[in-house]
Design a binder for this molecule. Structure first.
Ligand SMILES: [Mg+2]
Length: 372
């Protein structure tokens, strides 16, 4: 097992609850398979075990662990968890069993992905086919529909951005709200609906910014706009209030940040959502993300797969997870543009409002060979 730190610059700073991030920093994880492990150097590029035969052997499976404070463990906790995993005398598979998805979801994502990539490549099938098969699902989709994200601008700018996205082929738009007074957000959203017409699916993401009375008023006023859903109208931990809100409105509700505070089971049991945003990095791996998506669907809650603004390896993995979910709704996978640079060219860029699920072996055939 090999671990290599990386950092890629964000196109514009990302404000989290705790800090302002200018880059996404994480770790690439490499595992070997049939020929045994590649070197165990903990990411510093040196080996001290004297075995030089396989030092430069390419990893046969690659994973990405990109922690996002608030959603996952810290970067230092992620590094420590991966270091411990690399030192596990039982090898990567045993290390995965020992990794706690609640304590170190990003680290678990990195290692689980590397092992799944290696297994899929060995079986000469795509990661989505591998995940689907292991979960008893039918053949994965060839394409996944994605939504465009429309940022917070004036009503005119928001409508212009929405019109541009619709012209680019997006059939689902997610508009950020909650940063401005409600009246202005309502103007923005009405302007968007008017600009794109009735055929485009509109989602609104309030990112937990509204209090209960603002959320009530917002949903009342938004009802005529025929929204696909309003995401996280109330703060993350406010599940009971969200359930009450949902019972009193015809506007469907999605939850996202609530999963950073509560388990999938708790969120589903609260009966507070029509849709649930699934982030593989925050849930501890593609396997766990797919399981969460299916669990949501069984509970009558529509899963929507998205990223934590990951680099290309994890972003492509999220595409595979989404592809494995039968008839998945538009997903938040058009996040590559939020990075100013990346680890490798994007193997599945957005085209006509959808992304192609890579069909080469593993995550993307040999597209990421040599990265770790
Ligand atoms: Mg959201």
């Amino acid at each position: 097992m090999r671990v290599r730190p990386f950092s890629v610059a964000l196109a514009s700073p990302l404000r989290t609850a705790r800090e302002e991030l200018t880059d996404r920093a994480g770790f690439l994880v490499g595992v070997g398979t049939s020929d045994g492990e590649v070197d165990r150097d903990g990411g510093d590029g040196d080996t001290d075990d004297g075995d030089t035969d396989n030092v430069d052997a390419p990893a046969t499976g690659i994973g990405e662990a990109t922690p996002l404070p608030g959603w996952t463990e810290s970067r230092s906790a992620c590094a420590a968890a991966l270091r411990e995993a690399a030192a596990n005398s039982g090898g990567p598979a045993a290390a995965l069993d020992d990794l706690d998805a609640d304590d170190a979801p990003a680290a678990r994502h990195g290692l689980a992905l590397a092992l799944a990539d290696a297994a899929a490549r060995e079986a000469d099938r795509s990661l989505s086919a591998h995940l689907a098969d292991r979960t008893g699902l039918p053949e994965p989709a060839d394409f996944v529909p994605v939504n465009a994200t429309i940022g917070d601008g004036t009503p005119e700018a928001t409508a212009a951005d929405a019109e541009r996205a619709a012209a680019d082929g997006y059939r689902c738009l997610k508009v950020k709200a909650g940063a401005r007074p409600l009246e202005i957000d309502l103007d923005r959203l009405r302007a968007v609906r008017e600009a794109v017409g009735p055929a485009i699916d509109l989602r609104v993401d309030a990112n937990g910014a509204w209090d209960r009375s603002t959320a009530r008023r917002a949903l009342d006023r938004l009802e005529p706009l025929d929204l696909a859903y309003v995401e996280q109208p109330l703060p993350a931990a406010d599940l009971d209030a969200t359930a009450r809100l949902r019972a009193e409105t015809a506007v469907p509700i999605a939850l996202d940040e609530s999963l950073a505070e509560r388990s999938v089971g708790e969120v589903l049991a609260a009966d507070a959502a029509d849709a649930l945003v699934i982030k593989p990095m925050a849930l501890g791996g593609p396997d766990r993300a797919l399981a969460a998506a299916l669990r949501a669907r069984e509970a009558g809650v529509e899963p929507v797969v998205t990223t934590t603004i990951d680099a290309v390896v994890a972003r492509t993995t999220a595409v595979h997870v989404a592809g494995a979910v039968p008839d998945v709704a538009a997903c938040g996978l058009a996040t590559g543009g939020l990075l100013a640079e990346d680890l490798a060219p994007d193997p599945c860029p957005v085209d006509d409002g959808r992304v192609e699920v890579p069909d080469g072996p593993g995550i993307a055939g040999g597209a990421f060979d040599g990265l770790v």
